[in-house]
Design a protein. Structure first.
Length: 196
């Protein structure tokens, strides 16, 4: 069966001075997206992991759409070689547009902005705003504490088992992409709303 995933929104850090393993894995993800003819949708940055994943796609002759709020549309931040750049008035519209363009989401290591985007996307899936797959690329075990927190929330009954399934994760880009392509929406997701 042919995958319906034609564009993936990637959330990741823009910080510099990271360990080389982070850059290498982000670049590898970009290469894989280009090989799979999957468009990258991301925050338009040229620094940190944002720049690495975009370079991986672009150097593989793939398509990259950058989406940025006016506040951050600065030459020292924005990648100069994007296939397309969309500038929106604010962060809320930027996140909504990135979600609209994507068939799936992958979060790489990052800071507050990445956490915010990831959890908003998860919450939207939890309450039924979208049914798109969500993955964590767990480079260097970066997301282990977060995954432990999700497990803790499940054990303490703040989330349901179906909610945990919404978050696929893997340390390898190709393996994670395959999980995203084969993802099946949990059947009991609406029970959180219906209380059945």
């Amino acid at each position: 069966m042919k995958s319906h995933v034609k564009a993936i929104c990637v959330y990741c850090g823009s910080a510099d001075g990271l360990r080389k393993e982070y850059y290498e894995c982000a670049y590898k993800l970009g290469q894989i997206l280009a090989l799979e003819n999957i468009t990258l949708v991301y925050g338009a940055g040229k620094t940190g992991l944002m720049g690495a994943v975009a370079n991986g796609v672009l150097e593989g002759n793939g398509t990259v759409i950058g989406v940025v709020p006016e506040l951050l549309n600065e030459p020292q931040l924005i990648h100069a070689n994007l296939s397309k750049l969309e500038v929106l008035p604010n962060m809320h519209l930027r996140k909504a547009r990135m979600s609209e363009l994507a068939d799936a989401f992958i979060a790489l290591p990052g800071g507050f902005g990445t956490f915010d985007e990831l959890f908003e996307t998860l919450t939207w899936a939890q309450i039924g705003i979208h049914e798109k797959p969500i993955g964590l690329l767990n480079i260097n075990h970066y997301f282990d504490p977060l995954l432990q927190m999700v497990e803790h929330a499940l054990n303490e009954k703040f989330i349901y088992a179906d909610h945990k399934i919404l978050l696929q994760h893997d340390p390898d880009p190709l393996s994670l992409l395959n999980k995203i392509k084969s993802f099946q929406q949990p059947e009991g997701l609406r029970s959180w709303i219906s209380r059945e």
